[in-house]
Design a protein around this ligand. Structure first.
Ligand SMILES: [Zn+2]
Ligand SMILES: [Zn+2]
Length: 709
């Protein structure tokens, strides 16, 4: 009798170890390989798992081992892909199984459908062939269309990259300087190798259609897969399969594409590398950008990080010479930068008096200066963008007679008033944290007063106000609410491009990467809130967003005219964010921020992790984290260079009836932090089932390199 084959399999559970199963080569039709996807019996359920070890022995009684039920019709995940998920699992203190399995599309996680899947793939392949034939008639773009600044940048990228060598390149250039054309031209060379694959990461789904069209125009003959959460499960399953088998050369996607197995990966681009959307905020909380850099290092390939406002981490690495810093010099092209206007809201001259806008009791929601600028822009037949980073009508409903506020009964936050619109037939109060929705009370629930008032303003209120003030203008609102209506975001943006809109009101969605052609001015209404946030990264984000939205102004078709206007309403025009913006001094702002962080010992000059705890009551969560801190102290883990702070409630303490606290662990040394986090993980696991503590029923999670505190 042949010796038994034992395979170790990991499944999607928060369990540190793998499980042994027997491999029946005759039944499964082949011998096992590391990376094979299989179906296994696990307890009473059947689960999908990945083979991580093959051997002839088991620590357990072989006769009691179960057999692998089924083998997926897939080649094994390639060794580099397995190295990547192993690293992610170790670095982010997350079990290997629950790191790998969630990266696999749903379509492949239904073993009962594995038999039929090949048929689907053949149909998809035929459709694709037909599609490429149609598309190949489209034009091919070449290097000739690059300007001098772009050509120089491209040349520098090519010169600094050597074959089979890891290199991180920061491609820095103002919005509109043509960074995309530079990295796409760079990829032309990489993709000359027929089997080479490239990974192109973008921060948001909304930005993919536009980039997809450009990539197709550059590479009409190449196969491309698009991977993001907006793609249907079936399409995603097929795209993932084509990528992991090397059939697809270009993989374009959001952060969820970062862990796709790509056996012939030769180059990576991370567009808008500073964008916080690259951070996964549930499950394994990884940074897709950081993993992409690790992956490039592991494969000895180049990676380009592109941004107008690099993250502080990246900028410092470039300054220190760890990354190559290549800039696109745009001044050579004679393009003008937008004019920045700070509207000092403390100055009475900028304020309307009641009645100024025609109705005695109506108070204007925008300053005089801004209103004049919008009117002028309308006269010039240009479009205006008005940014207010809060959706809904008003963030709070309040009673003037007593202290009642529209607090959510499940969360420690206020419910936002949403007026009836495309999404909701009736006006409602809605909680942005737990999703709870309620009808609007006609009277104050506490004192019966019928005159309830809104406090503050969101996109809907500004939209209403602008429609009234400029009644002839065509106004369009873009936020996650309006883009979930019958028209998707892409369609709304098309209306802007086609010139059907005069004034666009929206959240940060309108700030990102869209290639607007006729925006004469941009207005920012709600910037101050983020100047004094307790999160030390808030100013960095605000600056990046303002630069980005400013870059939307003054782009015109072809003529390179540039020089639109951005108006920012603020009570604090003297603050660093606005002053550096006024001078268009990105490096100055980053240098200033770097000094601040260094003095305070904050990241990237130290490394942080959070331990999250969720409980029925805040006291319990705090106690739980306090006990953990005490344990670390007794174990002698808290030594030089390592700081464990006191547990504190989270900014939004209560969400959906659960109360939340966090513990910050900080170290000057990455390795020291790793060791402590492993100790934390061991200690918590020992007393938990999964990630719920056995005694106190507290749910916990470790997060490495948090981007929000
Ligand atoms: Zn009241
Ligand atoms: Zn709520």
């Amino acid at each position: 009798m042949a010796p038994p084959i034992v395979v170790q399999v990991v499944v999607d559970k928060p369990l540190a170890q793998g499980f042994d199963y027997l491999w029946d080569a005759q039944k499964l039709g082949r011998s096992p390989e590391i990376g094979h996807m299989v179906e296994v019996q696990f307890g009473r359920s059947s689960l999908v798992g990945i083979v991580i070890k093959v051997s002839a022995h088991s620590e357990f009684d072989i006769n009691k081992l179960k057999s692998i039920s089924r083998l997926a019709p897939l080649p094994p995940l390639d060794p580099a892909a397995l190295r990547l998920v192993s690293f992610a699992s170790q670095y982010y203190i997350h079990a290997l199984g629950e790191t790998i399995i969630p990266t696999i599309p749903q379509m492949w996680k239904k073993p009962e459908a594995w038999d039929k899947i090949l048929k689907k793939l053949i149909v998809a392949e035929e459709k694709r062939k037909k599609r490429t034939q149609e598309e190949q008639s489209e034009g091919f773009i070449s290097e000739a269309s690059l300007n001098d600044g772009q050509k120089q940048a491209l040349e520098k990228i090519r010169t600094c990259i050597k074959k089979n060598e890891f290199k991180t390149i920061l491609l820095q250039g103002q919005t509109g300087s043509g960074k995309t054309a530079v990295f796409l031209n760079w990829l032309i060379k990489v993709l000359e190798d027929e089997s080479a694959q490239v990974l192109l990461l973008v921060p948001e789904i909304n930005l993919t259609p536009q980039l997809e069209r450009r990539v197709r125009a550059y590479f009409p003959e190449k196969r491309m897969a698009v991977l993001h959460s907006g793609v249907s499960e079936k399409e995603r399953g097929i795209a993932w399969y084509e990528a992991m088998t090397g059939r697809t050369q270009i993989i374009l996607g959001t952060r969820l594409a970062a862990l796709t197995p790509l056996p012939n990966l030769r180059a990576i681009v991370v567009d808008e590398e500073h964008d916080p959307s690259y951070k996964q905020q549930d499950g394994i909380r990884y940074s897709a950008r950081d993993l992409a850099i690790w992956r490039a290092h592991d494969l000895k390939i180049p990676i380009v990080l592109s941004s107008a406002t690099p993250s502080l981490e990246t900028w410092i690495a470039a300054k220190a010479g760890r990354y190559e810093n290549i800039r696109i010099d745009q001044r050579a092209q004679g393009a003008k930068l937008p004019n920045v206007h700070l509207i000092n809201m403390r100055d009475p001259q900028n304020q309307y008096s009641p009645g100024d806008i025609g109705r005695p009791k109506v108070k204007s929601l925008i300053s005089k200066t801004l209103a004049n600028a919008i009117s002028k822009n309308l006269e010039d037949k240009k479009q205006s963008l008005v940014l207010i980073n809060r959706r809904g009508y008003a963030p709070v409903l309040s009673c003037g007679s007593c202290a009642w506020l529209s607090k959510c009964q499940q969360c420690s936050s206020c419910m936002v008033l949403h007026k009836a619109g495309a999404l909701t037939k009736k006006s409602v109060l809605s909680c942005h944290h737990c999703g709870l929705s309620k009808t609007i009370p006609s009277h104050c629930p506490d004192c019966g007063n019928a005159d309830l008032k809104t406090l503050g303003q969101g996109t809907q209120k500004i939209e209403d106000f602008i429609e009234e003030m400029w009644s002839k203008a065509k106004v369009l609102r873009i936020d996650t609410d309006s883009s979930r209506s019958s028209k998707g975001a892409e369609e709304l943006f098309q209306e802007i491009h086609q010139g059907k809109v005069d004034i666009v009101v929206g959240t940060q969605m309108i700030a990102k990467g869209h290639d607007y052609q006729n925006i004469g001015m941009v207005a920012v209404l709600d910037a101050d809130g983020r100047l004094f946030s307790q999160d030390f990264r808030a100013a960095e984000r605000l600056f990046a967003q303002l630069v980005q939205v400013a870059g939307r102004a003054g782009r015109s078709k072809g003529d390179g005219e540039g020089g639109g206007d951005i108006y920012i309403e603020t009570q604090y025009p003297e603050s660093a964010v606005f002053q550096y913006l006024l001078r268009h001094d990105v490096d100055g702002f980053l240098s200033h921020t770097a000094n601040e962080r260094q003095e305070a010992g904050l990241p990237p000059f130290s490394y942080q992790a959070l331990v999250h705890a969720e409980a029925k009551s805040l006291d319990k969560a705090i106690q739980f984290l306090g006990a953990l801190k005490e344990h670390l102290r007794l174990q002698g883990q808290i030594c030089n260079g390592l700081r464990v702070y006191d547990p504190v409630p989270k900014t939004v303490m209560r969400v959906a009836g659960t109360e939340r606290a966090q513990l910050v662990i900080e170290s000057d040394d990455r390795k020291q932090l790793q060791a402590v986090l492993e100790a934390v993980d061991r200690e918590l696991r020992e007393n938990s089932q999964g990630r719920i503590s056995k005694t106190s029923r507290i749910r916990w999670l470790i997060e490495r390199d948090p981007i929000a505190l």
